[in-house]
Ligand binder design. Structure first.
Ligand SMILES: *Cc1c(COP(=O)(O)O)cnc(C)c1O
Length: 417
């Protein structure tokens, strides 16, 4: 396997060392091949909002597996999960299931291009929308970590249709529309950026994108693969009260199994085959195991107080981290929204990718190593979001903050010598 991993973000190139190899997970903790236990903030990069192996999800998967794992014919579970998503996410009137977030975003863009008859796409530098050709322009996540602005293997004409603009900058978007008033099919944006660390949209930013799309007849796509059902049951669009035309989902809706979805305005979704001419298909789309895991996960998330609890846990984590860093004299900026959190090693503010790149990645790498030694596993890059689950209790947070205090002290000591 290239680099020993099946997704580049899993490698430890940015932090040094070799990845721990996991044998099992339970609640907020994972165990590695050497039998060491860690408090886990990777959470499979977002899907595991209930922690590892929650009983209701495991039972749903097990019961479904006993009755067959795939049919290539419709099942009732697809309708059930589709209905749950449509009821939860205000802007979604119809939905199509796919197998990954990557498929969701590339299919949504195909649909936006078909609906507008235009080909240009606006994305934002440092936002990650999966690994399809046209979107690997200055992408975030693994591409950021490895400093690959784009990638070999993508023909230049494909990328020429993608405009990459700075996040949180409406002036740049206005300029792009004024330059290409009738050529821009859509804007795709992470409403909360989670693949260059965790960066919140500034007040009015998402509303401004909505207004510009309306003014120029372009389609607004929210990539909520990470934020959907994570920052709120209705996603980031419920938090910020902005209605996109299309929404991409993944991660949480599959409850830890491979699943993605795109949906939105019915007049657009009716253009998707077989109802319309825009082709998109998948052998394992709407897979029964993924549907069962998704239904069980969303059902658990409907319990009152779940999102308040997640928010409180993340707030406690972040304020504790800031306090520990201040005590040690290490300049950091912690961000969080709902159960997404990040700790930027910088004395400055972070509102876009350029700011994120100014972080002290060496200090982050040292912090990561000290945390790992003390039994806390973080995503192995400064440019990833940490995920809190409902299984992260007070003891987990306390143990994490004790470890962080030592890690910050060690970094401060290193800086002084
Ligand atoms: C993870 C992610 C994707 C890609 O999803 P995959 O399932 O890894 O293909 C797309 N967009 C965002 C915002 C993501 O966080």
């Amino acid at each position: 396997m290239p680099g020993g991993v099946n997704s580049p973000v899993r490698a430890y190139r940015a932090v040094g060392g070799t990845p721990i190899v996991i044998t099992q997970g339970r609640g907020a903790r994972v165990t590695d091949l050497d039998g060491r236990e860690y408090i886990d903030y990777v959470a499979s990069y977002g899907p595991l909002i209930l922690g590892h192996a929650p009983q209701s999800v495991v039972e749903a998967i097990t019961n479904t597996a006993c009755r067959g794992t795939s049919f290539g014919m419709p099942t009732e579970a697809e309708t059930t999960l589709a209905r749950m998503i449509i009821e939860a996410v205000r802007s979604i009137e119809m939905v199509r299931f796919v197998t990954s977030g990557t498929e969701a975003t590339m299919s949504a863009i195909r649909l936006a291009r078909a609906a507008t008859g235009r080909s240009k796409v606006i994305k934002f530098t440092g936002c990650y929308h999966g690994h399809s050709d046209g979107l690997l322009v200055e992408a975030g996540s693994g591409a950021t970590t490895f400093g690959i602005p784009s990638t070999p293997g993508v023909p230049p004409p494909v990328v020429r249709e993608t405009l990459s603009l700075p996040y949180n900058d409406l002036t740049a978007v206005r300029w792009a529309f004024e330059t290409h008033p009738t050529e821009i099919a859509c804007i795709i944006v992470e409403p909360i950026a989670g693949n260059m660390g965790c960066i919140l949209p500034e007040p009015g930013y998402l509303q401004g994108l909505r207004a510009l799309c309306d003014q120029y007849g372009a389609i607004l796509i929210f990539d909520e693969v990470m934020t959907g059902f994570r920052v709120a049951y209705g996603g980031a669009q419920a938090l910020y009260h902005v209605r996109p035309d299309l929404t991409c989902l993944g991660k949480v809706i599959g409850g830890g199994l491979p699943c993605g979805a795109y949906g939105g305005r019915a007049d657009l979704m009716r253009m998707v085959a077989p109802q319309g001419p825009v082709y998109q298909a998948g052998t394992l789309s709407g897979n029964p195991l993924a549907m069962a895991a998704g239904i069980a996960t969303l059902t658990a998330l409907q319990q009152p107080g779940v999102y308040d609890q997640l928010e409180q846990t993340a707030a406690q984590l972040v304020s504790g981290l800031e306090q520990a860093a201040r005590t040690a004299g290490v300049p950091v900026l912690c961000t969080h929204v709902g159960s997404m959190a990040c700790c930027f090693f910088t004395p400055g503010s972070v509102r876009n990718y350029e700011d994120a790149l100014r972080c002290d990645t060496k200090s982050f790498a040292a912090f990561f190593g000290h945390m790992l030694d003390q039994g806390v596993v973080l995503p192995p890059s400064q440019f990833e979001t940490w995920f809190v689950s409902t299984a992260h209790d007070r003891d987990c947070i306390r143990a994490t903050l004790d470890a962080a205090a030592q890690a910050f002290d060690a970094i401060a000591h290193l800086a002084r010598n």
